[in-house]
Design a protein around this ligand. Structure first.
Ligand SMILES: Cc1cc2nc3c(=O)[nH]c(=O)nc-3n(C[C@H](O)[C@H](O)[C@H](O)COP(=O)(O)OP(=O)(O)OC[C@H]3O[C@@H](n4cnc5c(N)ncnc54)[C@H](O)[C@@H]3O)c2cc1C
Length: 454
């Protein structure tokens, strides 16, 4: 039986171990942190993620979705909060059958590990930090951060799912002609909390992803099971870029309270722990990482954020990482233990799509923080929804292609661009749906869209 080393027991590594266990491999997963099921990591903080179709598909394949569904909260659309406290709801899908799910990152990760461990051929090793890889021999060096012991582990194949700061990818940088790029946004993020109301009630609509779009910065909030919401403030890092709307500028209680009272008055009223949250929680950075190849010596492959870290604005990082597992699993089904073939096809299938979701995620930041409050944008959304009803197989909204379908991301990107051109053309100097020229729409779809791949 082939032995496989997985580096990183985060979301992707834990899921992958279940896929591989089901194929009968001997799987060893090495994680630099302690076992989160035993340690109370995160200090009770509830950090949640949006889980959608691609991730759900993977969870269903390993038989886990029913379990995760119990802790998932459906979010049917965006709830936009205007400055005057008014809200308006923008549905994500065509009806209530299309929604995204708020899921606790920690609970999901723990459940994946529990499930993986039910297989006798999977073993997790904690506090083991990878600090070197011999690609030719598929041998990884781990440093145990408790005992200080160094262990060298040899396997038939190694899969590095060690996240955006991947140690394995760092090693790959030494390989001649290895392409690598990383770019930081000028924006950072900070997690804050809207606590539950009386008796665990929700202080805002539970089944929505709340957004306070304010042009160059925004606040979002996702519901948790206990009635609270995890909020994330996205804003410029430094004064040079964001002026008074920057993490660097807002460095005192007064400035923070003024900023919230002015820009998010309704949220401010629900955030009694704002100052503690703001000054205690770190400011996270937002990075896009692209690299190639993802495979070294046909024995070691990158997967998930290690291969393609993206900004979080399409809620797809984890979903894309889970989809990597689905594709890798299909390649193993096709080529068995021929790792050269498996890894080459996996990389070929995924690289283009990882690049595409990176671009889509960056585009979506502008949509979320700015456009969702723009009349023109909302009018185009209405036309888009009409065209989708009329041409359900040919004109699928970009958001839906990414979130509710498993259409390759690269196809969603290219079709999305053309659809945007069509919407711009149809909406030019128009303000109501009645004015839309449907004959023109039909011919534009035939001329521009039908020639693209689906
Ligand atoms: C603010 C924010 C919001 C997000 N929201 C969403 C969302 O709504 N939906 C979505 O789909 N995605 C979202 N994401 C992205 C998502 O978090 C990542 O894409 C996902 O966690 C990637 O999974 P991974 O397993 O590749 O990496 P990780 O989850 O980061 O796991 C990597 C693991 O490797 C371990 N590790 C690291 N280095 C070593 C080493 N040297 N040796 C051993 N172990 C190591 C780490 O401890 C960790 O456990 C968001 C990200 C951010 C920052």
């Amino acid at each position: 039986m082939n032995k496989i080393t997985i580096i990183g027991a985060g979301l992707a590594g834990s899921l992958l171990s279940v896929y591989l266990a089901k194929k009968g491999f001997g799987v060893n997963v090495y994680e630099r942190r302690a076992d989160m099921r035993k340690e109370n990591s995160g200090g009770g903080k509830s950090i949640n993620l949006a889980l959608s179709t691609r991730g759900i598909h993977a969870l269903k394949e390993v038989g886990m979705f029913d379990e995760i569904n119990k802790i998932a909260i459906p979010m049917y659309g965006r709830m936009i909060h205007n400055l005057n406290g008014e809200t308006n709801f923008q549905r994500y899908g065509k009806d209530d059958s299309e929604y995204i799910n708020a899921v606790s990152r920690a609970e999901l990760n723990k459940s994946l590990m529990d499930l993986a461990e039910k297989n006798s051929n999977v073993k997790f090793h904690f506090n083991e930090r990878c600090n070197g890889v011999d690609f030719k021999n598929a041998e990884v060096t781990f440093h145990n951060e408790i005992t200080d012991q160094i262990t060298k582990v040899k396997a038939n194949a190694v899969i590095a799912s060690d996240g955006a700061t991947s140690a394995v990818r760092m090693e790959m940088l030494k390989i001649p002609r290895f392409d690598f790029s990383q770019s930081y946004e000028n924006y950072g993020y900070k997690e804050l909390i809207i606590p539950a109301g009386k008796n665990g009630s929700y202080q805002m609509e539970k089944n929505s992803l709340h957004i306070w779009p304010r042009g160059l910065f925004m606040l979002i909030a996702l519901p948790n099971l206990d009635g609270s919401f995890t909020c994330t403030l996205f804003m410029a890092y430094d004064k040079n870029f964001g002026g008074e709307k920057s993490f660097e500028y807002i460095d005192s209680n007064d400035k923070l309270n003024d900023f919230f009272k002015t820009n998010f008055p309704d949220a401010f009223a629900m955030m009694p722990e704002l100052t503690e949250n703001y000054f205690q929680n770190p400011t996270g950075s937002l990075i896009t990482i692209k690299c190639f190849p993802w495979v070294a010596e046909d024995k070691v492959a990158l997967l998930g954020d290690a291969a393609h870290a993206i900004v979080p604005f399409f809620g797809q990082g984890m979903n894309a990482a889970f989809e990597d597992c689905t594709y890798l699993n299909e390649c193993i089904e096709k080529y068995g233990e021929d790792w050269e073939k498996v890894f080459r096809e996996y990389q070929q299938l995924r690289k283009e799509n990882a690049d595409a979701i990176a671009d889509l995620a960056q585009e979506n930041f502008i949509e979320m923080r700015d456009l969702v409050a723009d009349e023109r944008f909302l009018f185009k959304k209405k036309i888009e929804s009409e065209l989708f009803k009329k041409y359900p197989d040919r004109f699928i909204p970009k958001y839906s292609m990414v979130t509710f379908y498993r259409i390759p991301y690269s196809v969603a990107l290219s079709r999305g661009k053309v659809q945007e051109e069509i919407l711009n053309e149809l909406s030019k100097s128009k303000t109501t749906l009645e004015e839309i020229d449907h004959e023109k729409a039909r011919s534009l779809i035939m001329e521009k869209l039908d020639k693209l791949s689906v």
